[in-house]
Design a protein around this ligand. Structure first.
Ligand code: GMT
Length: 386
């Protein structure tokens, strides 16, 4: 199958999932064409059957704001025609589903390919909900021949807030390459992060308000009062200064390492002892899954789809949003008891391999693509409404 994939190429879960999906499908014999304004951050090195098409942005003095949505539509249209794509799969509805819909409308008389939109999170729970975006987000979802959501939580929110018929959304969870994300890999930076043999607590995110990174610092400070530990903060974003300031006021700044953006998080997670995810909204929590795959227990908040990923009480603990003290106690409980840590670590790896391994999830996408194409050929779906 020839598939066009559009995603955000920058650091972030939706771009990571889209890229790993394309790489995995190419390894299974499909031809993949990434269409975006930059090469996706996890797409490095040469890979057979993987192509990248950069969206060209025409600058013109009249255009105070560059027209990315239109430029992307033009690029999708062009790639479909040149490469005879069988299907377009966009990740994150805004504006990708809208651009793809424009491209498909332009291709209609040639019988353009079906469009699959994967909903990832804030495209539905935050940005898409804004009154100025809601109608166009709903329209673009409804005009996609296939719609997937990365968790049951996200599906239900979409049904409720966008009035999308339940049967129009297929839940296909995110996945992890358990051969890449595993414990004891080389290089592992344990000696650098914890030269005194301290426990390594880790957080990976884009430091947006939804991640509540100040809570991460507070939980860590509490853990460190009980157990020698260091905190590695990977990523960057608007709340990094607040997190750094909180570390200073709590007197733990010497034990908090802000790494900034880091592409190869598998190198970091492989030597972590505990992962913290204190988001107040998380449709899935890909970083938590990647931690589990490395055998790292997770302590986080019971928000959104995270309970679908982290087995509470088996591979970590999930507490109510904002329950810093309880999360601290949970972290101490795991790190302070080697036998419990070993059990949780094994369970973490087990859930990643058994439920979310790339080899288990990818066939669901392949089957869904085939279903969507068959449905379109049979005249079903919203094609006529384009
Ligand atoms: O929706 C976002 O905030 C952006 C998106 C991303 O690109 O990082 O994150 C979402 O998609 C990820 C991949 O499916 C999920 O693992 C994250 O939980 C989700 N973020 C939120 O729901 C806040």
């Amino acid at each position: 199958m020839k598939v066009g994939i559009t995603c955000y190429p920058t650091y972030g879960g939706s771009g990571a999932v889209a890229t790993e999906l394309g790489i995995g499908l190419a390894a299974r014999g499909h031809e993949i064409h990434f269409i975006s304004y930059a090469q996706p951050f996890r797409l490095s090195g040469f890979r057979e059957r993987v192509y990248f098409h950069e969206v060209e942005m025409e600058r013109y003095p009249l255009f105070e704001h560059p027209h990315y949505t239109l430029a992307l539509a033009a690029a999708i249209h062009d790639t479909v025609l040149r490469e005879s794509l069988d299907l377009i799969h966009v990740h994150y509805a805004i504006p990708h589903a809208t651009s793809a819909w424009i491209a498909c409308a332009m291709l209609e008389e040639n019988g353009g390919p079906p469009l699959v939109t994967t909903l990832h999170g804030t495209d539905v729970t935050l940005v898409g909900l804004h009154p100025s975006f809601h109608p166009i987000t709903r329209f673009s979802i409804m005009r996609s021949q296939g719609v997937t959501a990365v968790s049951s939580f996200l599906k239900e929110v979409t049904v409720r807030d966008f009035d999308v018929p339940r049967e129009r959304i297929r839940v296909i969870p995110n996945f992890v390459d358990t051969k890449v994300f595993h414990r004891g890999r080389d290089p592992c930076h344990r000696d650098v992060f914890a030269p005194g043999g301290e426990k390594i607590v880790m957080h990976v995110s884009n430091f947006r308000p939804v991640k509540r990174v100040v809570d991460v610092i507070e939980v860590f400070a509490g853990i460190r009062r009980e157990i020698p530990a260091r905190l590695v903060m990977a990523g960057d974003g608007p709340d990094r200064p607040r997190a750094a300031e909180r570390a200073r006021t709590l007197g733990v700044q010497e034990d908090v390492i802000f790494l900034g953006k880091h592409a190869a998080v598998e190198e970091l997670l492989a030597c972590a002892d505990l992962f913290l995810m204190t988001s107040d909204r998380e449709s899935f929590g890909l970083a938590a899954l990647e931690a589990l795959s490395c055998g790292v227990p997770v302590v986080g908040y019971r928000a959104g789809g995270l309970p679908e990923v982290v087995p509470d009480g088996e591979a970590g603990f999930l507490l109510p949003v904002g329950a810093v003290e309880e999360a601290t106690a949970a972290g101490v409980e795991i790190l302070g008891d080697p036998e419990r840590w070993r059990r949780f670590s094994e369970a973490a790896r087990g859930v990643a391999v058994e439920r979310f391994g790339v080899g288990r999830v990818l066939p669901h996408y392949e089957a869904y693509y085939a279903e969507v194409i068959a449905g379109m050929n049979a005249g079903a779906g919203p094609r006529g409404g384009r």
